[in-house]
Design a protein around this ligand. Sequence first.
Ligand code: 13P
Ligand code: SF4
Length: 366
Amino acid sequence: MAFLDSGVEPIRRQRGADPVRALDADIDIEPARHHFDAAFVREAIRELKPVYAKVERVIPSFEWAAHAPYIKAIRDLKREKNAVILAHNYMTPEIFHGVGDILGDSLQLAKEAAKTDADIIVQCGVHFMAETSKLMCPEKKILIPDPKAGCSLASSITAEDVRALRAAYPGVPVVTYVNTSAAVKAECDICCTSANAVKVVESLGAPRVLLIPDQYLARYVATQTKVEIISWKGACEVHERFTGAELRGYREAEPNVKIIAHPECPPDVIAEADYTGSTAGMIMWVTDHQPKRVVLVTECSMADNVAYAAPKTEFTRPCNLCPHMKRISLPKILDSLLYEKVEVTVDPAVAARARLAVERMVKLPL
Ligand code: 13P
Ligand code: SF4
C-alpha cells in the first residue's frame, strides 16, 4: 500500500468564504405549521397503508399518524408540479419510503438525476448532492428543503486548497470525492464516489493520484490498488467516531455477527469489517446475505431503511447520526415544494468545469 498525506495545509480563508458554510449565515427556512383536517388525516392513513407496511418495524403507529398527512400532501404536490424526490439512503424511513422516488447512494442519485424528465427535483440529502444534481440537469429547478444541510468533508477543502495541492504536486491528477462543493470539483480532473473510487483512480493510468478530501477513503483505496494515493486531511464527522475497539466488543458479545462498514471509517474500523462499501453496496450486501445479525457501521437511518428488505435480520447499531442529513424533514419538504425553495444554483462558469469532472466519472464503464 502506498499512501501519503499531501502535507499541504488548508489555506486560511475569511469567514463565509466556504461555499457550504457560507449558507449558515444566509437563508433559513422555518417550516410552516401545517394544519390537516381530520378527514384528510384519515384518508392519508387509509391511502398509505401499503407504505406503512414497509416501515412498521421501525415507526410506531401513533408516530405514523403524524407523518401520513405530510406524506400524502407531498405526494399530491409532486404529481401537480411534475416533481421528483431524490432521497439518499440516510434519510429517515418516513422520507425514504414515504416520499422518495429515486433512492440510493451518491452515485445512483447523480446518475438518475440526469435521466429524470421531471421539471423539479427536490434533493433530500445534503447540499453537495443538490449541486451535483444541478450539474447533471442544469435546466431543471433543484430544490433543497434545508440549505444548511452541509457536510464536514465538503467544508474541509476549498478551490484555493486544490490549486495549492496542484502547485505542490505538478502533473499529478486530482480525483475528488463527490462530497465536495462544485467550486472544488471545478478544479479537479474527475469525480468519484465511495462506490467507484478504486476504479476511478485506476482509470487514470497514473502512478500517483491525489484523492481528496477524505483521508480515510483515501487510505482505504490505497489498500485496494497499486497506485500511490496522496490525500487531504478531511474526515466525515459521523464515520470518524466509530472505533475498532467498539466493534470488537460487538463481536465478542455475538461471535457470528456480521460487521459491514462504509469506507469513510478509520482503518481500525475497516480492519474489523466483513464487508466495506458504499451505502448502496452495504444495503445490497445485507439483502443478498440476509445475515441473522448485522452491525451497520454508518449513519443510523440506513438500518431502518433496509429493515424492510431484510425481515429476518437483527440490526445492532452503534448509532451515529449525521446532523446535516437530519435537517431534512417532512414539513420542510412540503414547504420546499409548496414555495419552490430553496433553489440551488451553481455559477455557470464553475458549473461548466465541475460538470466535466462528474461526467467523466459517469461515462466510465464501471
Ligand atoms: P454514499 O455515496 O456511499 O451514499 O456516501 C455518501 C455519504 O455522504 C456517506 O457519508
Ligand atoms: Fe458528510 Fe458524513 Fe454526513 Fe455523509 S455522513 S453527509 S460524509 S458528514
